[in-house]
Structures are given as structure tokens and as C-alpha cells.
Design a protein around this ligand. Structure first.
Ligand code: Q46
Ligand code: ZN
Ligand code: ZN
Length: 300
């Protein structure tokens, strides 16, 4: 099959809109789509300092690569979770990716910072739950303390569609009230944006291949994944039968999101007495979980 634009040999067949493209025209198409997403949802302004949290995986690497190519002021943060060989591999991919992109990379190592790696703490709390809490706290505090305007994450269309789907199946209406491509910042919470919001996982993989980004394929040994993967599979089957299902589902959700706003509970946030970051009680959940007496220092 031939590229619809130039007639050269096709690199990919897109399903929605249906067309064949060569590698060069696919790269152009992908970057145009990211640019359009940024404009449509007003995600970024030209001179902002953008922090991309690179995990070593494809989505965050592609996010950093495209933003840099579009001319944004990008720096990267890698959080080494201290999960044995998996984390060492992830860190070395993150380094390679940032070299390719030409963006500064900052590394925070959980084990050095907090004494234990993820998965090593004796707690009843599920590993992924305190891992998520730890990552979110670190990248937000890092961005806040070092003057970043915005944090860009690598969530793609498949992630978002399956997330909305699973939250609908469980009627987590409070979550459904506040998801989307732009999560506004407030106080010490830095704004978060998702530039790959309208691109499918398949397109992200193809883009990484086309521009030569290497990334970690191994799954984290703690990944439970099963339920998210099941939702993704169902959506993929629907997409196969009716191309456009995912994007229409997500766009429909954004139009109706306001209906869930009544479910939002207004919580008064205080300042954590240890670190000064927003907290529901005396201490924030991060300082409470890690039993900190003094704040961690993330200043560059
Ligand atoms: S949360 Fe869980 Fe992930 Fe953390 S412990 Fe691994 S699987 S890395 S996205
Ligand atoms: Zn072409
Ligand atoms: Zn705290």
C-alpha cells in the first residue's frame, strides 16, 4: 500500500481516519495532532518551563520528544523507584531518551531519598497504591520547588478511555468529575497536562519506532494491570468493529463531565506540618506514609 500524501511505500495504516502513510508523513501527522491537542485544550503557553516525568517507557519519552521538537522549554525528571533490576533498566532508558532529545535530565532515587525502595516497605497498603502516592508527591514537589510552570505526562487515548470506562463501571463519580487533558494547578499543586490525549497507544508505538526512540518493554514486577488491560481489550474490540469508538467516547465524556461535578466533595486543605505541601490532616499522606520528621529536599 502507498502513502496517501506522497505515494511512497506505506509505514502504517491508520484506522480512524482511515489512511495509509509513509514514515515521514506519519511523523508529521502525529506532531500536528499533538499541536492541535495543545491548542484545543489550551495546555501550554510558548515560554513555559515544562517538566516531563520520564519513566523509561514509550509514552513519556514520546511526550518529551514531541514537546521539544515543537519548541517547548522541556526538562525531564526520572524517579528511580528502587525496584531492583527493573528500576536500573528504566533509568538507563530514561538517560538514553534524554540524550536523544537533548533535554536536561534530573534523577530522584527513592531508595537514596527515603531509605527503602518501592516494594520493600512493610505495610498493609498495596504496593502500587503507595508507589503512586510517592511518585505523584515527588514530581509535584520537584516541579513546585524548582519553578516549573507545568508537568506533562504521557497518558494516551487508550489510557484515558480505559480509565473513564473503568471508573464508570465502578461509578467512581468523584473521579469522573475531575479527569481530562488539563488538570489545573492550585496553590502548591502544579498544573498537569496530557499532550498525547488524542493519540492511540498504537500511534505512540509507531511514532517511537519512526523517530528511533528506545524504551523499556518489561512490565514492573508489581503490576497488577489485569483489570486495566481487560478494559483496554474490550475497547480495542469495539474500536475494531467501529473505528472512532475510543475518541468519541472520550470526547463525549468531556462534554458531559460537568454532570459529575455535584459529586465533588469540597475538602479544606491545610499545610502539612512537616513539608508545607497541601494536606487534608496535620500531615500530608506522603509524610505520614514515610514517617518523615523533616521535609525531603528536591531542590536542583
Ligand atoms: S504503580 Fe505499581 Fe506501577 Fe509503581 S509498583 Fe510498579 S506497577 S511502577 S505504573
Ligand atoms: Zn508520504
Ligand atoms: Zn508533608
Amino acid at each position: 500500500m502507498k502513502c496517501r500524501v506522497c505515494g511512497e511505500k506505506a509505514f502504517i495504516k491508520l484506522h480512524y481516519p482511515k489512511m495509509y502513510l509513509c514514515a515521514d508523513h506519519f511523523v508529521e501527522y502525529f506532531e500536528r495532532k499533538v499541536k492541535r491537542t495543545i491548542e484545543r485544550y489550551k495546555l501550554l503557553k510558548p515560554n513555559e518551563k515544562v517538566l516531563v516525568v520520564v519513566s523509561g517507557g514509550k509514552d513519556s519519552a514520546v511526550t518529551a520528544y514531541v514537546l521539544k521538537k515543537l519548541g517547548y522549554n522541556v526538562e525531564c525528571l526520572h524517579i528511580n523507584l528502587g525496584i531492583g533490576e527493573y528500576s536500573e533498566k528504566s533509568e538507563s532508558y530514561a538517560k538514553k531518551q534524554c540524550e536523544l532529545i537533548g533535554a536536561p535530565l534530573h534523577i530522584v532515587r527513592v531508595k537514596e531519598l527515603l531509605g527503602w525502595g518501592i516494594g520493600e516497605v512493610k505495610t498493609r497498603r498495596p504496593t502500587c497504591s503507595y508507589c503512586g502516592l510517592t511518585k505523584r508527591y515527588i514530581f509535584n514537589k520537584f516541579a513546585h520547588d524548582n519553578g516549573f510552570d507545568v508537568i506533562a505526562t504521557g497518558h494516551n487515548l487508550d489510557d484515558e478511555a480505559s480509565f473513564i470506562f473503568s471508573n464508570l463501571m465502578n461509578w467512581n463519580t468523584e473521579y469522573l468529575a475531575k479527569q481530562g487533558p488539563l488538570l489545573p494547578g492550585e496553590g502548591k499543586f502544579v498544573r498537569k497536562v496530557k499532550p498525547l490525549y488524542e493519540l492511540t497507544e498504537r500511534e505512540v508505538v509507531a511514532y517511537a519506532l519512526a523517530v528511533g526512540i528506545e524504551y523499556i518493554i518489561d512490565e514492573c514486577p508489581h503490576a497488577r494491570g489485569a483489570t486495566t488491560i481487560e478494559y483496554k481489550q474490550v475497547l480495542n474490540e469495539l474500536e475494531e468493529k467501529r473505528p472512532g469508538t475510543k475518541i468519541n467516547f472520550v470526547k463525549g465524556y468531556l462534554r458531559k463531565r460537568h454532570l459529575f461535578e455535584v459529586e465533588l466533595k469540597k475538602v479544606e486543605l491545610k499545610e502539612c506540618k512537616v513539608c508545607g505541601m497541601p494536606a487534608q490532616g496535620e500531615k500530608c499522606s506522603f509524610c505520614r506514609f514515610w514517617r518523615l520528621e523533616k521535609p525531603i529536599d528536591l531542590k536542583i
